[in-house]
Design a protein around this ligand. Structure first.
Ligand code: A2P
Length: 276
């Protein structure tokens, strides 16, 4: 059983979810069903991933009751703006085969397009209509969040950002905490690149008799974050859920603290989306 975090509007969100970025649509039904059978109750997709249909099919195939699930999707950059976002949301629900989602997010701020305030108004309408149980953002920088908070009514429940031991985002986490915004980590495993071979991570894993991925996920959980590791592989999907029977100690956490390089693996929100 995955513990939940309570969002700022009272909705409970599982602290660990299954991310489907980069999984082809025709494989997603089976990986989502595997994840739900293994015990995940939260799935994170996005319109741009092209696998909302597969996600919906996997949910249906699993037989898990809808009310036990927490489903997140996101509005893509080219659909920002009030009317376009409402249309994009309808299309996402349609592809998912659902009547509501649990969390709807703005995927990127695209500051140079200056549309995220209008987009947010559409999310506020979706929330008011009960078609998403919570709304939030992704990849918002401090200045984007400050502007959103100043100019709109609903405080985002979540900011989903790139976050892993080599990119720890302390400044944003502190800002989120001040505004009761939950921090959600994308690419929590550092995209499975070098992080899982870093000697300090391997050492902590050995000490606990766990895998590097498991101790990295444990680090996210102990920081109070929501995290959504992606895997297309059934045994790794299950491995990433086996992170509740042990705890990192202060020595382990200090070793992780020293790994921050302040360097992104993914796109920079200041510039990404500027070319649509
Ligand atoms: P795969 O899908 O073949 O399992 P992130 O969530 O940080 O973006 O990381 C996803 C990447 O990490 C994918 O390439 C995934 O590969 C890999 N990965 C996921 N879980 C594990 C794990 N438990 N051990 C090693 N690599 C993993």
């Amino acid at each position: 059983q995955v513990p939940s975090i309570t969002l700022n509007n009272g909705v409970a969100m599982p602290q660990l979810g299954y991310g489907v970025w980069q999984i082809p649509d025709d494989e997603t039904a089976s990986t989502v069903a595997t994840a739900l059978e293994a015990g995940y109750r939260s799935v994170d997709t996005a319109a741009v991933y092209g696998n909302e249909k597969g996600t919906g099919r996997g949910i249906a195939r699993s037989g898990v009751p809808r009310e036990e699930l927490f489903v997140t999707t996101k509005v893509w950059n080219s659909d920002q703006g009030y009317d376009a976002t409402l249309r994009a949301f309808d299309a996402s629900l349609d592809r998912l085969g659902l009547e509501h989602v649990d969390l709807y997010l703005i995927h990127w701020p695209m500051p140079s397009h200056d549309r995220y305030i209008d987009t947010w108004r559409a999310l506020e309408k979706i929330l008011a209509d009960g078609r998403s149980r919570a709304i939030g953002v992704c990849n918002f920088r401090p200045q984007d969040l400050e502007r959103l908070l100043a100019e709109t009514d609903v405080v985002p429940a979540v900011n989903q950002i790139e976050l892993h031991p080599q990119f720890q985002q302390a400044e944003l986490r502190a800002l989120h905490e001040r505004h009761s915004i939950v921090t959600e980590s994308w690419s929590p495993l550092g995209q499975g690149r070098g992080l899982l071979e870093v000697p300090a991570v391997v050492a902590v894993a050995r000490k606990h008799g766990r895998t590097p991925a498991q101790v990295v996920l444990r680090w996210h959980l102990q920081l109070g974050l929501v995290t959504i590791p992606k895997s297309a592989n059934p045994s790794r999907i299950r491995e990433n859920l086996e992170v509740f029977g042990f705890e990192l100690d202060t020595e382990d956490l200090a070793a992780f603290a020293a790994l921050d390089e302040g360097r992104r693996l993914g796109f920079d929100p200041s510039t990404f989306g500027g070319t649509i």
